[in-house]
Design a protein around this ligand. Sequence first.
Ligand SMILES: [Zn+2]
Length: 160
Amino acid sequence: MYNYFMKALIVVDYQYDFADPKGSLYWPEGETLKDGIEKKVKEYRENNLPVVYTMDWHPENHCSFDIWPPHCVQNTRGAEILLDLNQADYIVKKGVEVDWDSYSGFNRQSDAQPLEDWLKEHNVDEVEVCGLVKQYCVDATYQDALKHGFKATIIEELVK
Ligand SMILES: [Zn+2]
């Protein structure tokens, strides 16, 4: 039983299609965040604080491809997270079902454990959010963190 609360880092969608200039939904300057995010992840790990990655993980015919160019298709290079997967304590896959999209890492996906439950189980009461893209998935994740009762901050220098 924990008798203290922890802060967790949530790195949103730092994936090839968003962060690499050759990605299908490349967000300008996304690649410039890599060193800073890696440094932040290391800081959390060194302090034994949990690190969560979120990722888009879309089927080929995903509903969001009506609005956006196809991106982060399951088992393709575009979906690859450009960070060391071994540094993540939990990885949330979003937009896994054909007819269901989610910008937020908190939106329930198929049978996976919801992020809010995972965080509560690990005695997290506060999150810091960074990654891509600020006005879509980063913001949606931040807003949902607040809705679920977590203290939340966006790390402004680590979002685009
Ligand atoms: Zn998507």
